[in-house]
Design a protein around this ligand. Structure first.
Ligand code: OSB
Ligand code: MG
Length: 358
């Protein structure tokens, strides 16, 4: 799916979102949908659309063969025999959750323990050429109702950009995300960013670096939020023990699915770590899964859950996700609660594979 505008992070620029949609069907006719979050290139984690597709087909789906699932949480346990590949696992696991919610005759949000029917939403804005352009883009999203704004930063595109946005919007719930672009040598820049009343600084250092994040957190007042570092509940516990972060950007796909995500959300709430729902430019199916998770009571900070039209000309679901009065309504229909627009999906489709587990 082409993105409305290229999105630039410290990793690079993206203008097309490669999608892989997983549709599971049971013998008794129940269908569940999951969306793979991996990108074309392995810059956020090691996975790509291609590698995850292969892992799903050759390793994960065979694990479900002949298993009489009683509970969607079993999938997380079954998949633990294989290391990593969290996004591939999540694409399948979330489809199983959709099926079980339908069997329970509940919206997925209710089924996963959610209770918030209108969620606050935030927007993530890519790196812009100049602070002036950035300020005008922020203004557009604020006028659309986004109640929190995240700015992507990298060295050379940071303090001045943040300074000008803060000057234009003194009260805005504002934060930055570096996607691992800084090192200890950048401490002076990071201390400068500490002056702009940011809600948090997301992932300044390397993707497996707990120690240096703790080192930085001791020197700045702004909470550090970890994204890339947190791939499991164990990682969240490690961040807590080492005091590497005060917040976690929780993405279903990065932690291997909804079961692990729920455990992490519970751990964060119990240990006073701010947890919120991140995004990966999902199309409608992944977006619906994110909304279900974010409807749980632990999610008190607006997530990177924007409307369908923030990224796409046309989403793959019939009623696109919209913002109304600054909020997104949790779908009330059973399962993921959105209906896949088959002709639109077909229109984007370049390859289809049918796998029969018998
Ligand atoms: O770091 O949170 C991130 C998108 C792709 C990969 C990593 C990240 C992001 C975003 C966009 O920030 C979030 C969204 O709006 O979906
Ligand atoms: Mg991030």
């Amino acid at each position: 799916m082409p993105l409305l505008a290229p999105f630039k992070t410290s990793y690079g620029e993206m203008d097309i979102k490669h999608l892989c949609i997983v549709k599971l069907a049971s013998e008794d006719g129940i269908e569940g949908y999951g969306e793979l979050d991996a990108f074309e290139f392995p810059w956020y984690t090691e996975e790509t659309t291609e590698t995850a597709g292969l892992i799903i087909k050759d390793y994960l789906l065979p694990l479900l063969k002949g298993v009489d699932l009683q509970n969607p949480n079993q999938v997380n346990t079954l998949f633990k025999v294989f290391r990593g590949n969290e996004m591939a696992k999540a694409a399948v696991e979330t489809a199983v959750w959709d099926m079980f919610a339908q069997v329970a005759n509940q919206p997925l949000a209710t089924f996963v323990g959610g209770s918030i029917s209108n969620i606050d939403v935030g927007v993530s804005i890519g790196i812009q050429e100049s602070p002036t352009i950035l300020v005008s883009i922020v203004r557009k999203y604020v006028s659309e109702g986004y109640s929190r704004v995240k700015l992507k930063i990298k060295p050379g595109f940071d303090v001045e950009w943040v300074k000008q946005v803060r000057a234009a919007f003194p009260k805005l719930n504002l934060m930055v995300d570096a996607n691992s672009a800084y090192t200890r040598a950048d401490i002076e820049t990071l201390k400068q960013l500490d002056k702009y009343d940011l809600a948090m600084i997301e992932q300044p250092f390397g993707p497996t670096d707990f120690v240096n994040h703790a080192w930085l957190q001791r020197q700045i007042a702004t909470p550090i939020c970890l994204d890339e570092n947190i791939r499991s509940l164990e990682d969240a516990k490690q961040a807590f023990e080492l005091k590497s972060a005060k917040a976690i950007n929780l993405k279903i796909a990065r932690v291997g699915g909804l079961a692990e995500a729920i455990k992490i959300a519970e751990f964060c709430a119990e240990n006073n770590i701010l947890v919120w729902c991140g995004g990966m430019y999902e199309a409608g199916i992944g977006r619906a899964h994110n909304i279900a998770l974010a409807s749980r009571a632990e999610f008190t900070f607006p997530g990177d859950i924007s409307a369908s039209n923030r990224y796409f000309h046309q989403d793959i679901i019939q009623n696109e996700i919209i913002i109304d009065n600054g909020k997104i309504a949790t779908p009330a229909n059973i399962g993921i609660g959105v209906t896949v627009d088959q002709p639109v999906l077909e229109g984007y489709c370049t390859k289809r594979e049918v796998i029969v587990l018998d």
